[in-house]
Write a protein that binds this ligand. Structure first.
Ligand SMILES: Nc1ncnc2c1ncn2[C@@H]1O[C@H](COP(=O)(O)OP(=O)(O)O)[C@@H](O)[C@H]1O
Ligand SMILES: [Mg+2]
Length: 370
């Protein structure tokens, strides 16, 4: 296994800078997800780690050894891409065993490795097929199997599930996590999909425009996003933002219609400071007292109901999204009063988007399972 340390890593393409001096540390055996919108530099970073892209400045080290000048083939990594990149003229068995063949591993040992990997990925009955005779999901499994067979110190994934349909994506998410448990290698996984990031990552690195916005465990990022960008990026449906000013008690936000929303604790900031109040859809509930809206659209999914609300005086033409797990008798056009659930609410500086931190850091109580 291998830990990865990225220090002051920069990448420029001519005058355009794709990565602005990144510092990221990944522990040995960790599953780290790099997530961010398209074009933020995820693939560039992964390709630099792989040795497929030159480094403008800064260093990448594996297990304490700087690999800047080590060729891709000597870095002991395996990479899985979105487009599988299987050899069309080779069977599944030959595709999966190819890297071992290049290393002069004998046929018996090669077959044993390939068969073990194929079995764990449910490919055992497909070993003699060609890629064109496989479904998209099966091809992606072969690409993963080919990586597993090499027993690399580091696995790199670049949006491996993007070509699969929604149901298969969910299934493959679980399979990749199970594979991570089995092979116990360090894995770096790139995706633009925040649900994949939240569900798969031991830790998540959120990137934007070639910079790291925040690094942490999924729930840490969800509960304590450092800024409006991270807050809005993680979570589906995404966080609602309502403009207002910080109350004189610094423990409430005054909205444009004069109504006031109380926060779980006082935050660092000046009374009257323009802020954005962030409320996740599941942190809102119907209430006797609170903010008044009109129901615009209702989307029941069975397990939960998404309700879109309007109030031009409060949020202009935007909608406020509510996620209800209980069932209510609601219909479009109806008036509704809602309030945040106790303990919820995030406040961001309106200009910088940075989170206003609590005066006292309130630790979220962790319930022990034992
Ligand atoms: N070979 C290249 N030449 C010039 N610009 C590039 C090249 N590869 C990537 N870029 C630019 O670098 C930025 C990051 O790209 P990329 O790493 O592919 O983003 P992501 O994978 O997050 O979608 C983009 O602005 C992209 O246009
Ligand atoms: Mg990419």
């Amino acid at each position: 296994m291998t830990d990865v340390k990225i220090s002051q890593l920069r990448k420029s393409y001519g005058i355009q800078t794709a990565l602005h001096g990144l510092d990221i540390e990944m522990e040995s055996g960790e599953f780290v997800v790099l997530v961010g919108p398209s074009g933020c530099g995820k693939s560039t970073l992964l390709r630099m780690i792989a040795g497929l892209e030159s480094i403008t400045s800064g260093t990448i080290a594996f297990a304490g050894r700087v690999v800047n000048n080590i060729a891709a083939k000597d870095r002991d990594i395996a990479m899985v891409f979105q487009n599988y990149a299987l050899y069309p003229h080779m069977t599944v068995r030959e595709n999966m065993g190819f890297s071992l063949k290049l290393r002069d591993v004998g046929e018996a040992e090669r077959n044993a490795s390939v068969e073990a990997a194929a079995k764990s990925l449910g490919l055992g009955h497909l070993l003699d097929r060609y890629p064109r005779q496989l479904s998209g999901g099966q091809r992606q499994r072969v690409a993963m199997g080919r990586a597993v067979v090499r027993k690399p110190a580091l696995f790199l994934f670049d949006e491996p599930l993007s070509n699969l349909d929604a149901k298969l994506r969910v299934q493959m998410r679980t399979e990749i996590k199970q594979m991570h448990k089995r092979v116990k290698a360090t894995m770096i996984y790139v995706t633009h999909d925040q649900v994949e990031a939240m569900t798969m990552g031991d830790r998540i690195v959120v990137m934007r425009d070639g910079r790291v916005e925040q690094v942490g465990k999924p729930i840490e990022l969800y509960d304590r996003p450092v800024n409006e960008f991270v807050a809005g990026f993680l979570g589906s449906p995404s966080m609602n933002f309502i403009e207002g000013t910080l109350g004189e008690d610094r423990q409430s936000v005054v909205l444009s219609d004069g109504s006031r929303v109380y926060l779980p604790c006082a935050v660092g900031g000046a009374a009257g400071q323009p802020v954005k109040l962030g409320l996740r859809p599941e942190e809102l509930q119907p209430s006797d007292r609170g903010l008044s809206f009109e129901i615009d659209v209702i989307e029941p999914t069975g397990a939960e109901t998404i309700v879109m609300l309007r109030n031009p005086a409060l949020i202009g033409e935007a909608s406020l999204c509510l996620l209800l797990r209980e069932r209510y008798d609601l219909s479009p056009g109806q008036a509704i009063t809602i309030a945040p659930k106790p303990g919820s609410g995030h406040v961001f500086d309106a200009e910088s988007g940075n989170r206003l931190l609590p005066d006292r850091v309130v630790e979220i109580a962790k319930v022990a399972l034992r």
